[in-house]
Design a protein around this ligand. Sequence first.
Ligand code: HAM
Length: 436
Amino acid sequence: MAPRHQAPRGTRDLLPNEIERWQWAEAQARAVLQCYCYREIRTPLFEDYELFARSSGESSDVVQKEMYRFKDQSDRDLALRPEGTAGACRAYLEHGLASQGRIHRLWYLGPMFRYGRPQKGRYRQFWQIGAEIIGTAAPGADVEMIALFVDIFEAWGFENLTVALNSVGTPESRRAYGDRLRQWLAPAAEHLTEDSRRRLEANPLRVLDSKAPIDQAILGGRQGGLDPATMPHMMDVLDDESREHFDAVRGGLDALGIVYEIDQGLVRGLDYYTRTAFEVHDKSLGAQSALGGGGRYDGLIEELGGPATPGVGFSIGLDRTLLVLEQRGDGVPEKPGTIYVACMEATRSATPAIVRALRMVYAVDWDLEAKSLNAQLRAASKSGARLAILLGEDEWKRGEVVLKDLRDGSQQTVDLETMVGAIDRILDSAQEAHSE
Ligand code: HAM
């Protein structure tokens, strides 16, 4: 016998029972994005490897360790997308969107791929919903982005969210900060993990982002002899313009009543960020607690060969969000009132046409296998249908059908002309009873 296959490590099947919650979450997010006037963009699942290497940053974990890189039959150097911002910016440039208007508000939803160690909330194929504003450096764009981010979570029923906020400055101020951080960490450098020692050279800010317990203990002063009170902060070296920008963003968030906490250790895992950086976490998820994050990337489009064009955006991890919704038992949509059409031997040949006609309006199920009427009725109640339509032999001859309300078992005989009105009355009353 051929070996049974399993989904590749780090990937999952989303089966129909789960998908309903996903569809609900996606629909909620779409509705918010539409009200904010964002327009959807769909970019390829794979791109030139170089696009991601340039945008995420050669020293980032995403590029160093997590990229699904491959050669195609023509020896092209490609990679599965680890995130959506690079593709959106590439498309913006490739199609000259700048000539169609200065500011573009875009959103996307789809799978992303990162070769990490799989664990709860971390997968090798995961889903993101993201939004970007390309074309303005105004702090109001950052505020709008964070408001949109929070409003999507609110539409999913999250309450009392606190956004972690920081400024990572300009590349120059970040370099200056990196130097200070390197100096501060130097006495404890030998105790850091190998990864962090490498980061210390290439990009010292990344050490702050390390999840390794040893690195965390050193940063927290519990090991290695460093005093966390003397740790340098980005704010100390922030250039004046970035500081003004940060203050304006904070003012805008305050005016909207959006709750945030300044987190000076927030550096984000991708290299393209400038100035504003933000995230939200949900502690119930354990180690992989970031539900979403984003920030400003004023140098990215230029880095990709375009004219200097600022941008700001975020992505939300749907797998993690759905884990939280599931833990809470939230987000199971009310099933549309389904109908089960049951027939007898004598009416079986007429049934497919009735079912097909009803399916133009309603969700309709029926028995494909010529089972007995009793078996069909059992299947109807098991399916959760609201209503059964019985095509009895005598009724059918008179041009009538029997409607059976499956909640209380009551029945009525109606002719085909008045059937639709009667179906709607039963489904509507079921709907009302549910919403009371
Ligand atoms: P990111 O922080 O790398 O940002 O990812 C955003 C979210 O995707 C994370 O907060 C997390 O919820 C989810 N995520 C990331 N990796 C995994 C994984 N392996 N398994 C499950 N979920 C995961 C970005 O991707 C940026 N493109 C955000 C952005 C848009 N910045 C500006 N514009």
